[in-house]
Ligand binder design. Structure first.
Ligand SMILES: Cc1cc2nc3c(=O)[nH]c(=O)nc-3n(C[C@H](O)[C@H](O)[C@H](O)COP(=O)(O)OP(=O)(O)OC[C@H]3O[C@@H](n4cnc5c(N)ncnc54)[C@H](O)[C@@H]3O)c2cc1C
Length: 403
């Protein structure tokens, strides 16, 4: 019989299995997919942004996130990986990547360490039923029924389409007395009115994005905005999607304002969150810039060399003040956010307050632990989600081994 069963072979599950086995527990990972660590491989565009050295940026159960990352701060997560042999580098915004630029390196060092610890990994073994038993727990899979003294639920969330689950995994814990905080897509693209982005699809421009509720600026991010045929994507747009979704759920009609001043070299390019401020703040700056160009260039060529052709086409024939307004506060009414298939993380999940933040053991079902995206914690772009998954996995595994 196993000491610990880990449901899910992702970032949280693999670190949980490793920390449990290092404390002498016989651990088995039950993974639904044919392979483990698929989200690790897909993360950071195949480069895996595994942690962030900056201040913590979490949503949902922020108290749980703070407790986990106080017990297992980023330095500890990174030294865990260094000990496994992974060489990492820090990039802009405190983002940490494997130095070789390959997400596979992260999974490889974990896999090697798990092999050394003789952790059993059973793939194509979705857990369909989890019950209490005399020995502890029984997990039913198509590959058989597994028993253990303790269980770590590390089945992740619904984000990422086929890389996530369909929501069914949550019932494993709700049937044991836990509560599900409604799962919703986060870190996803914004769907805007079609006519706002018409003709711009494929444009990738440095911009400052402000999310407004009516006239009120709510949240802002700066970076590369990517225009699509349905709206706006890119990290900066994704950062605003959680709040945009909340406003829409409250029946509000949020608007996204794009300020292209960073593209024009008028304000610095920042690739991060920025203070939400009046989205029209740079209109007069843009107007004076356009007026200056008007002295030296023909009206028809005013935007040539300043804005990309697709955007210039949209502004052709406008008065200078209107052009300035569109370049500094380009409005795109938000109709929705893209769904789970396109999201990088799930907001919501199993309620974090039902677990002891020191051990991640359930307060409702002793012997049951949870870690990673399965819980009601989601982070910003920049490595925060994997960092939470690794840190919480290490804590849950260590404590599950003590049961
Ligand atoms: C495209 C993409 C890019 C991303 N890039 C980054 C990034 O660069 N940095 C960052 O910090 N975060 C990133 N994220 C988010 C990050 O990958 C996740 O938050 C993190 O992987 C969560 O880890 P986890 O172990 O909790 O869940 P997962 O990695 O999703 O692992 C859960 C595992 O459980 C398995 N499973 C589900 N149900 C069952 C069941 N019933 N029985 C058995 N197994 C089950 C799943 O198949 C899966 O393998 C990205 C996400 C996506 C989709």
């Amino acid at each position: 019989m196993n000491d610990v069963i880990i449901i899910g072979g992702g970032a949280a599950g693999l670190t949980a299995a490793l920390s449990a086995s290092r404390r002498g527990a016989k651990a088995t990972v039950l993974e639904a997919a044919p392979r483990i660590g698929r989200k690790i491989l897909a993360s950071g565009n195949g480069r895996c942004n595994l942690a962030n050295l900056g201040a913590m940026r979490y949503n949902g159960d922020t108290a749980l996130a703070s407790a986990i990352l106080a017990a297992y701060p980023v330095e500890k997560v990174l030294s865990f990986f260094t000990e496994l042999g992974l060489v990492t580098i820090e990039e802009a915004g405190g983002r940490v990547y494997p130095a070789c630029g390959q997400a596979a390196a992260v999974l490889d060092v974990l896999r090697l360490a798990l092999d050394r610890q003789h952790v059993q990994i059973v793939c194509e073994a979705p857990v369909t039923k989890l019950t209490k038993s005399k020995a502890g727990f029984q997990a039913v899979t198509p590959q058989g029924t597994f028993e253990a003294k303790a269980v770590v639920a590390a089945f992740g969330g619904m984000a990422g389409g086929k890389l996530g689950h369909d929501g069914g995994a949550y019932q494993l814990l709700t049937k044991l007395g836990h509560t599900l905080v409604s799962p919703r897509p986060a870190l996803t693209a914004l769907v805007t009115e079609k006519k706002a982005v018409k003709g711009l699809s494929g444009l990738r421009l440095p911009a400052r994005l402000t999310l407004c509720d009516g006239a009120k600026p709510v949240e802002a991010a700066s970076g590369e905005a990517l225009f699509t045929d349905y709206g706006v994507s890119g990290v900066c747009a994704m950062q605003l999607s959680r709040r945009a979704g909340e406003l829409l759920n409250q029946g509000k009609q949020p608007t996204l304002y794009l300020d292209f001043s960073p593209m024009l070299g008028l304000i610095p390019r920042i690739y991060d969150r920025v203070e939400a401020a009046d989205p029209f703040q740079n209109v007069s700056l843009l107007l004076s810039c356009l007026k200056e160009r008007q002295h030296t260039l023909l009206q028809g060529a005013l935007l040539t060399g300043l804005a990309p052709r697709l955007l210039a086409e949209r502004l052709k024939g406008m008065s200078l003040p209107d052009m300035a307004k569109h370049l500094a506060a380009f409005p795109a009414p938000i109709l929705g956010v893209r769904g789970m298939e396109n999201a990088q993380v799930t907001a919501g999940g199993i309620r974090g307050s039902e677990f002891d933040p020191r051990t991640l053991q359930s307060r409702r079902c002793p012997g049951l632990f949870a870690a990673g995206e399965a819980l009601d914690v989601d982070g910003d772009c920049g490595g925060f989600n994997l960092q939470f998954a690794f840190a919480s996995g290490l804590i849950a595994g260590e404590n599950a081994a003590r049961v």
